[in-house]
Design a protein around this ligand. Sequence first.
Ligand SMILES: [Zn+2]
Length: 347
Amino acid sequence: MSSKEIKNEKVFSYLEGLRGELPEIRAILLFGKNTATYKFALCHSLMNLNGDNLKTEIKYEDLSEDFVRELHKHHVSCPNQFNRKEPTKLEKAMDSHSRDEINFKRLLEIAQKDIYNNVFRAFQNLGDGTLSKKHMLFENHQSDKKLIITDRLAEILSDSSLVELVKRENQARWRVVEEAWSAGLSTNLVYDYEKQRFYRSDKKVNRVYLRSAVETLVPYQKGLCFFCSNLMTDIHGKEYELFPDVDHFFPLTLLSKEPILSVNPNGVWNLVIACNQCNRKEKRANVPAEKFYNKLLLRNERFAIEHSHGLKFSILNSLGLSKASQIKDKMALIWKTFETREKWSPK
Ligand SMILES: [Zn+2]
């Protein structure tokens, strides 16, 4: 079971700043390479192991039915579950099942070949390596077709609110990948302040509202307020001081006075998630301090690690760039524009 550990510095630093129970599962969802959306289907099935289903040893077959049902559900609403030009055998089988030509049992048999050979083994790979023993969520015993759940995963599964959170973030992330693939990877997400949701700005006619901006972006911040680093939660309602708000890092009012920068102020590059206290009560139309600018730059560069996911293209589009290597200079130019303004930090 030896494989090389993660070397990518931006992924590594994400994991090393460990706090709470979710960094590993979030890292898998954010930085895992995908040629199919299997990771998300497996994450979904793993999260359904909570409650009475929670055991240390899990057989592949305990997960595969739920896995295939969820993958099929997504396939029905978006046929782009694989980043390939030609439909795969499994896609054809899912279509046949939708048309009632084959039953679920047959679909499961076809799917299991792929799942058993690839999915469990590849789940914990991200970027250029795999999760180290310390971070591992399960040990994969391929020859026995079973997983041994580690304490890291058991901790999540024994807390129903964490399970719900992971499920929501997993679905949001899954949607990003599907949309990127169905749009031929040119997805251009823009934020609608009124509706608090992303839409795809390359669809000019009908503005189609997508997932919540919070659930898409908050995993990159590990659930913490971008500024005060308190753990945010939406369970006490919108007026609660730690409710997660979408915040424009550089205020809209300032950016709209600088058309020369040719950036979209509502683009992903400029959005962070901040608690109600920081966003609505304190920061308002101020530019945050330099240490937060550096944090934003790192986060935006992390988006660009994603190989074929939508956020990389969204960030480049909204900054008016064509290559990830240009992010640093463009961000520096924006920062310089507001250099002389007084800067804000949370109290
Ligand atoms: Zn805050």
